[in-house]
Design a protein around this ligand. Sequence first.
Ligand code: HEC
Length: 148
Amino acid sequence: MKVFLECLVVFLFLSCNSSEKVENKVTITDGTKTYDVYQASEMSTLMKGMYAYNMQLKTDIEAGNELSGEFPEEFLKIHSAELSETKLRNETFQYFSVKFIDVQRQVFKQDSMLSVKERYNSSINMCLSCHKTECTGPIPKIKKLLIK
Ligand code: HEC
C-alpha cells in the first residue's frame, strides 16, 4: 500500500497538474469497494513514449554509439493525438509541435554541421519550450534528458 501511494504521488507530480487527472478519472465499483482509475490521454501516452525513446538516445549518444534508428514516424501523432480535457490544441501548441518534430528529425541527419549532442539537446530544449507554456509539471523530469 505504501509503495502504491508513493507511485501515485510521483505520478501526480509528473503530470501537468493534478486537477486534470481528476477529470480523466474513471471509477470502478466491485460491489463493496470503489477504485479510482486515472486514464491517460493519447497525448500523455505518446509523451511518455517520447520520453523513454529520448532517454535511450541519450544513453547511446553518451556511450558514443552510432545512432542506428531513424526518426520515429510515430512522433507525428503529436499533431493529432487526443489531449486531456483541460488541454487545448491552441496556436502555441501547434507552433511548438511543428518546431519539435523539425528539431527531433535533425538528430538523425547524417550530414549535419552540428554534433549529434548539440542536435539532441536542441530537441530536448524544444520539449522544454513547449512545456514552459502550459504543462510545467514534467519539466524537472525532462531536464534530466539533457546531455551535459
Ligand atoms: C507542442 C508541445 C509539447 C512538446 C513539443 C512536448 N510536450 Fe510533453 N506534453 C505536452 C502536453 C500538452 C502534455 C499534457 C498531455 C495531456 O495531458 O493530454 C504533455 C505531457 C508530457 C508528460 C507527462 C505525461 C503524463 O501524463 O505523465 C511528459 C513526461 C512529457 N510531456 C514529456 C515530453 C518530452 C520528453 C518531450 C520531448 C521529447 C515533450 N514532452 C514534448 C506538450 C508538449
